[in-house]
Ligand binder design. Sequence first.
Ligand code: SF4
Length: 504
Amino acid sequence: MNYLNGEAAPIREERLNTTNAFGGTCTDLQTCAGKKGCLNGFQRSFAQTQGCQFTLSLAILNTLRNAVIIMHAPIGCGGCSIATAGVSKTFRRLRDPNAQGLIWLNTNLNEADVISGGETKLKEAILYAEKEFRPDAIVVASGCVPALIGDDVDAVLSQLQGEVAATLVPVHCAGFKTKIMATAYDSVYHGILKKLVKDPEEVERAYEDELEQLKEKFRLSRTVNVLNVSSMSRLDELELERLLTALGLTVRFLPCYAEPETFTHVSEAALNISICATHDDYFINHIREIYGIPFVLKTIPIGRKNTDLWIRDIASYFGLEQEAERLIEKENKDLNEALEPFRHKLKGKTAYLAGGEIRILSTAELLIDLGMEVIGVKGYHYDEFADPLIDVLPNKDKITFNAATGQPFELANLLEKTKPDVVIGHSGGNSMVAKQGIPVLPLFGPTYNYLGYSGSFEITRRLNRLFKNTMFNKNISENTKLPYKKEWYEKDPFHYIKNQDEIV
Ligand code: SF4
């Protein structure tokens, strides 16, 4: 796989046959995807709106330190960045107390630009960013309008690269090109791979003597790139670092909250560790292809069993199996003791999960481990990376899988019918769930630890606290209304999902 000769990353509908329109059991889903091969034809005859890849690209881009983000788009695209500006600044300062907050500019394309082109505005914005902020990198995120009117963004950047000190990085993420938001990750990595990642030979190293060279060689043989995601908290990073350091590994986190300079050292590592295939497969496959660096991708370290698997997988690359087993044994012993008081309180409770496919399916495994019953999951999409996590679910023929980016009306219907004791969901949809009176636990949060063994304890502790008093959301539901009619709740939640042939 090497798509770097292209201007933009391919869309995931084509690269991975990803779908975001499905309703049925997990078994139905896998049958449809694998044996029948009909999944990619599924779509909705009615759909609510959803996020676009431009906005999701900003989830990574807005974290980069020493970089200015130029949104080459109308002013509304990326306006959502206001919501994350505070977190972005705080999280940067957890890494560097002197770090600047998020800096973004928008070229504010309007009707006149649609006719005369937006390249002049883009040039002005780049030169302004360079003069005003002197960043290490200027990242240009291009939305729908420049793609539609034919702005040659790459040519503008090539022309200006000789005039500015910052590295200019194009990220082509026009929202209309894909319905799979996660294409955003590929679009961002595409730009990073082309402009920021460097050949090891290009990165100059000065060593005093041979001994220093050997030391450096050893350090690199134990250095791993851990691919973080913007939904990870700093506590999550510290937990993963604790586990990997216990194996004697040196950890470098990227892409989120990294500096442009960090990417120049990507190839100086023994292993790339993804914690989420949805996020990273494009990047790590390219790095393996170009620099020969292997990767692990199987699972996300959420829940006891997945964390065990994640550690074993990493350790096997370094011949550290015995060390890994000792670590796993000790961590499991401690965790089991810590979870014991909660198990009988959580046993038998029902849960519905909503969010990214990898995160929800691994959380499902944790809940089942705690004796809870998972009745359904709503993933933003489905692709091959979900299969290993689905395969280990008991009763997968009874667990509902709704593949849907957005589409809260389907979730509302499902929840009305199934009435779970709790929904663990992405913060973007939790207020709707709360209005149905169902207790909600966020699927991630900037201040809480979700990953690793300590994350398992934290999720369990929070669930237990949630069940102690569920009146808050009940009160909300009694005083608010959702916009759906009774007739909708009486219909099949997947009424509007059709095979392509069924849509007239
Ligand atoms: S779909 Fe296009 S126009 Fe809409 S926010 Fe995304 S990039 Fe902007």
